[in-house]
Design a protein around this ligand. Structure first.
Ligand code: F6P
Length: 425
């Protein structure tokens, strides 16, 4: 498609925050839907930073096949960022710059694809059109592996990380079980989710019947109790010979400190999050003497497109498509959210929700999803989580055995404005 200047203006799409295995499926949904309507799409390089710096990419220079291949390519095809806008009162110049960029490139719709912080950015931008006198409609588009956005039933990106986690826990547990009599007795795997235990809970789907691994899940919603935990591990080893432990990176002790910050350091000497597994493993070793292994999948879990959930990839695409439809209908300050209409069979639809209801709210795991003993998930959690990991959507593989992921050309749009340096502001 040619990206000649359209009379009705252009749409600007940007990706924000930690990426997911399917955020590019949303980009494909946005670009394909806009192309179908004859609307040109620019993408900002590295999220809102690219919009401020006037670093724009002309997606019209990409082939149809390249855009279609975004659906099965992980990472953020246009680059992402963590950057929080201040309020209009606190930093008016920044918003004026955004409007200058929008005006210079005839941007009439801004689609911001991200999690909690990004919904806040989208909300702020949705209010500046009126305040600064330029017609710009802003739509927030959901994405986060953490699954902690309010209103939406689930977040694109979560179903795939949930599937990767459940499958990995099942597979690794078979490994540990094989040699537990004479070797490793405790395996600890750490999952993302700084404040909410959705990914940790999804690990519970690996267990098809009572007693199956994982034997212990440590949620950020429950304060860590060392004695109770150790007793549980010991009992499990006595019963089945080994113990698989899932620990959320966000687990805290009774004093509210993250485990990895509780005066201890992980094997790398880090006190940052992303070190709860080695802390737990060391504790098991020093108090119970068991041989352990621990794993920190870290970015592997949120980029594992080869193991994406079909439902998740479909939903990621659908929110992108819906965002373009809302923009074209003249909506502002909304987000397409996923509404579950039935559990069995699983059915869902997309509806617009007010950005105000989404931004700055964090959805934690409900108490009814955590088993009474605090170490597992309930039937209600299974009912909610189960459908989200269903179906496979593997990428095409090359002859070399590696998936054929696309790298876009990302042709830059010629700048029209004076240089703007965020670092100087
Ligand atoms: O975007 C969510 C998330 O994946 C969290 O679960 C994780 O704690 C965080 O991002 C990591 O952020 P970063 O990639 O910026 O270090």
């Amino acid at each position: 498609m040619k990206s000649t200047s359209k009379p009705q203006g252009r749409l600007l799409y940007a990706q924000s925050g930690g990426v997911t295995a399917v955020i590019n499926a949303t980009a494909a949904g946005v670009i394909e839907a806009a192309r179908a309507k004859g609307v040109a799409v620019y993408a900002a390089r590295n999220g809102i930073l690219g919009a401020l710096r006037e670093e724009l990419i002309d997606t019209g220079k990409e082939t149809k096949a390249a855009i279609a291949a975004l659906r099965h390519t992980p990472g953020g095809a246009f680059g992402s960022c963590r950057y929080k806008l201040k309020s209009l009162e606190a930093h008016r110049a920044e918003y004026e710059r955004l409007i200058d960029v929008f005006r210079a490139h005839d941007i009439r719709w801004f689609l911001y694809n991200g999690g909690n912080d990004s919904a806040d950015t989208a909300l702020k931008i949705s209010q500046i059109g009126k305040a600064l006198g330029y017609p710009i409609a802003t739509i927030g588009v959901p994405k986060t592996v953490d699954n902690d956005l309010a209103v939406t039933d689930c977040c694109p990106g979560f179903g795939s990380v949930a599937k990767y986690t459940a499958v990995s826990v099942a597979e690794a547990s078979l490994d540990v079980e094989s040699m537990c009599e004479s070797s490793t007795k405790v395996f600890v795997i750490e999952v993302m989710g700084r404040h909410a235990g959705w990914i940790a809970a999804a690990a519970g789907l690996a267990a098809r019947k009572a007693g199956d691994p994982p034997h212990v899940i440590l949620f950020p919603e429950i304060a860590f109790d060392e004695d109770k935990f150790l007793a549980r591990v010991q009992r499990t080893v006595a019963r089945v010979g080994y113990c698989t432990v899932v620990v959320s990176e966000g687990v805290k002790n009774a004093a509210g400190q993250f485990l990895a910050e509780a005066g201890t350091r992980d094997a790398f000497g880090h006190t940052q999050l992303g070190g709860a597994a080695p802390v737990i493993a060391q504790l098991v070793k020093s108090k119970l003497g068991y041989k352990y292994h621990w794993a920190l999948p870290d970015y592997l879990q949120r980029s594992a497109r080869h193991l994406a959930s079909r439902v998740d990839a479909d939903q990621a695409y659908a929110v992108g498509k819906a965002a373009v439809e809302y923009a074209q209908k003249g909506m502002n300050a909304v987000m397409p959210v996923i509404v579950r209409t039935s559990d069995k069979p699983y059915r869902w639809k997309i509806e617009p929700a007010s950005l105000e209801k989404v931004a700055n709210h964090e959805k934690k795991l409900p108490p009814g999803y955590i088993a009474k003993d605090g170490y597992g998930i309930t039937a209600a959690a299974r009912r909610y989580l189960g459908p989200l990991i269903r179906g496979e959507d593997p990428p095409p593989y090359g002859k070399d055995g590696i998936p054929d992921y696309v790298r876009l050309r990302n042709v830059r749009v010629k700048k029209k404005l004076a240089k703007y340096s965020i670092e100087d502001k």
